[in-house]
Design a protein around this ligand. Structure first.
Ligand code: SF4
Length: 281
């Protein structure tokens, strides 16, 4: 069985934040470290080569260091997607096993942050930590563009140019998940406005590696393993998701392949792993 090369593993659905645009569908179930190890072993044997550790906030798991070490020990690339609030506190446990570090920035200053002032400062502290450090993971800043911050992109660019950023990934807000769906009217922008804003940004030749992700290009384009260990697909325009089943059941991956837009999945995976193709700094 050929498994998807890139998996998104959500070891927890818990989060200390409550972002207006959050896509996550909360699931109180949380699989054990042993179960996670079995899943990692199985997917790596069947062709998965890279894992995004996402959430919720993955650093709320006590055993996140062991989870990351396990993924790395199987020879897989590890992409840690975190809101940054606990990163520096847990550096010793996790840093050696990160290939790509994904951090959020919604605005150019603490005055505009969907996660509050403290989170903005925490993210900046991490960027300061890696400034001029030879040994560091590739860093990807993620910005979700909404009606509220679409005019702030150039200022965000000016801010992140002060740091060692490998990729700036800019997402169009996507109304998926209970919170994002609830806040849809306040946040949603159409694809044309989104692409126009990105084009204007790129025309300014800001010397940043910018990757663009429209919401259309992300529909049914990921391989998620939820905090209950089940493979699922987020449902568009709704607050829930379609559970496909255990990774160990043959039919689960077949069903995933049947309902996934495999071309978009491949393109999205290439974008996620793009930082690894960049030259060493
Ligand atoms: S977007 Fe991320 S940080 Fe914000 S509530 Fe959702 S999981 Fe937490």
């Amino acid at each position: 069985m050929n498994f998807p090369e890139l998996a998104i593993l959500k070891p927890t659905s818990r989060c200390n934040q409550n972002c207006k645009y959050c896509y996550d569908v909360k699931n109180p179930c949380e699989i054990s470290l042993d179960e996670i190890k079995k899943i990692i072993s199985y997917i790596s044997q069947n062709g998965t080569k890279s894992v995004i550790i996402s959430g919720g906030e993955p650093l709320l798991r006590e055993d996140i260091g062991e989870i990351m070490a396990e993924i790395k020990s199987k020879g897989l690339n590890v992409f840690l997607d975190t809101n940054g609030d606990f990163f520096l506190d847990r550096l010793n446990e996790i840093e050696r096993n990160i290939d790509i570090l994904g951090l959020p920035l919604d605005g150019p200053s603490e005055e505009f942050s969907y996660r509050g002032k403290e989170n903005f400062q925490n993210v900046i502290k991490i960027l300061e930590h890696y400034k001029s450090k030879k040994e560091r993971p590739k860093i990807r800043i993620g910005t979700v563009v909404t009606k509220e911050n679409i005019n702030l992109l150039e200022d965000i660019a000016k801010l992140i140019r002060n740091f060692e950023i490998d990729v700036w990934k800019i997402y169009q807000f996507m109304p998926t998940g209970p919170l994002a769906t609830k806040n849809r009217a306040a946040l949603e922008i159409d694809e044309r406005s989104f692409l126009e804003a990105i084009k204007n940004l790129k025309d300014k030749n800001l010397q940043l590696n910018i990757l663009t992700c429209s919401s259309e290009s992300r529909k049914r384009a990921h391989f998620f393993i939820g905090s209950d260990g089940k493979v699922y697909v987020p449902e568009d325009e709704k607050g829930d998701c379609k559970i496909l089943g255990s990774v160990f059941e043959k039919g689960t991956i077949e069903e995933w392949k049947r309902i996934t837009d495999l071309k978009s999945y491949k393109e999205n995976s290439e974008k996620v792993l793009y930082p690894l193709s960049l030259e060493e700094h």
